[in-house]
Design a protein around this ligand. Structure first.
Ligand code: ATP
Length: 357
């Protein structure tokens, strides 16, 4: 089922929680609502679910306006952060619950319910746990049961609010795989809320980046990571180095160096900030060209395949962060305390008007 959100606004008292939200989610997509705390992700998810009413705007599923349809009749399944399993029911009963409470006409027979529940438990590799109670499960196991329970009623849309938020990094990763697998197998449309960029980049077909109640950008993970539409998105989606300078007719002047800023050919003599990801900073031990930035290596973190190098610019004292592969680091052979030459390989230049929301 596709989801269309048209011009949704929501206010709590005088606080504008959502403004002008327009979003089209095609059938079968797995979409992440990503943003910092308080950006309106949960509010939007609850409005899609029908747990909350928008002040203005409409929600359509497959073109049908459901803005005023009760949550019970929207065919949505939920998974929340705090495992909303029923404590007094075992795993089997939890997964069966949504089917057992159906109206008699729509309720499957006990044998059909059993078959379905056991199949779902097999899918989430919890088939040996049917008789256990939630208190006897790990956090990750509980969320797998919660996923199975949400899917038992064959929802057309699956909504997840920070489903893995309370779990440790390794379990989170494993559960992401589960979510992706179940989403694909069940051919549903899923929307999940997260404030974790890695999670969104890793699992979603499309990411909706939210900030202060509005959508900053939506696109594939590659789109939003490689072509951030605003300084906020750039900053939110990964580590970044900032270089302050001035831009004039497509050239960015950073004092000691000049770089191309082709997106600003019509700008004349304006303040600008160049955003550079740590892996886009090249480091040389000897001066290769006139225009390089001198910096002192202050710290090296060489655990794992990527080596993080922290540097301090000579003159300005600003801190920079670079990332290089292990092999490249071995060739480079720099040590803490050494002065090196840094050059941005790729920059994204923003001018003051890009910072206005
Ligand atoms: P988090 O990641 O912290 O859950 P979020 O992006 O999901 O944040 P929301 O829960 O949608 O944010 O909240 C958006 C804003 O609306 C917040 O500032 C929050 O305090 C406010 N808000 C949410 N629900 C209510 C409510 N029922 N009454 C008043 N303010 C609310």
């Amino acid at each position: 089922m596709s989801i269309q959100i048209h011009n949704v606004w929501k206010q709590y008292g005088t606080f504008q929680a959502l403004q002008e939200i327009n979003l089209e989610i095609p059938k079968g997509e797995l979409v992440a609502l990503l943003g910092p705390s308080g950006s309106g992700k949960t509010t939007l998810l609850r409005i899609i679910a029908g747990l909350e009413q928008a002040d203005q705007g409409s929600i359509l599923f497959d073109g049908e306006d459901l803005t005023h349809t009760h949550v019970k009749n929207r065919q949505v399944g939920f998974v929340f952060q705090h495992y909303a399993l029923f404590k007094h029911m075992n795993v089997f009963e939890n997964v069966a619950f949504g089917l057992k409470v159906r109206k008699k006409k729509l309720r499957p027979s006990p044998a059909e319910i059993e078959e379905k529940v056991l199949e779902l438990l097999r899918l989430v590799k919890m088939d040996g746990f049917a008789a256990r109670y939630p208190a006897q499960l790990s956090g990750g196991q509980r969320q797998r049961v919660a996923l199975a329970r949400a899917l038992a009623v064959e929802p057309k849309i699956l909504l997840l609010d920070e489903p893995f938020g309370a779990l440790d990094a390794k379990v989170r990763k494993e559960l992401r795989r589960w979510l992706r697998k179940l989403h694909d197998e069940f051919h549903i449309t899923s929307v999940f809320v997260t404030h974790d960029q890695e999670e969104a980049l890793d699992v979603a077909d499309r990411i909706v980046v939210m900030n202060e109640g509005h959508i900053e950008q939506m696109g594939t993970p590659e789109d939003v990571y490689d072509n951030p539409a605003s300084p906020f998105v750039y900053d939110f989606l990964g580590n970044v180095n900032l270089f302050h300078g001035r831009v004039h007719k497509g050239k960015l002047n950073l004092g000691s160096i000049e770089l191309e800023a082709p997106e600003h050919t019509h700008v004349s003599d304006t303040d600008a900030i160049a955003y550079v990801r740590p892996h886009q900073l090249s480091i040389e031990r000897t001066k290769q060209s006139e225009d390089a930035i001198q910096a002192r290596v202050t710290y090296i973190h060489a655990v794992g395949p990527v080596v993080y190098i922290e540097l301090q610019r000579l003159g300005t004292g600003e801190y920079l962060e670079a990332e290089v592969g292990k092999e490249q680091f071995a060739q480079l052979h720099v040590r803490a305390g050494e002065v090196v030459y840094v050059r941005p390989k790729e920059v994204k230049v923003f001018v003051p008007e890009d910072f206005v929301i």
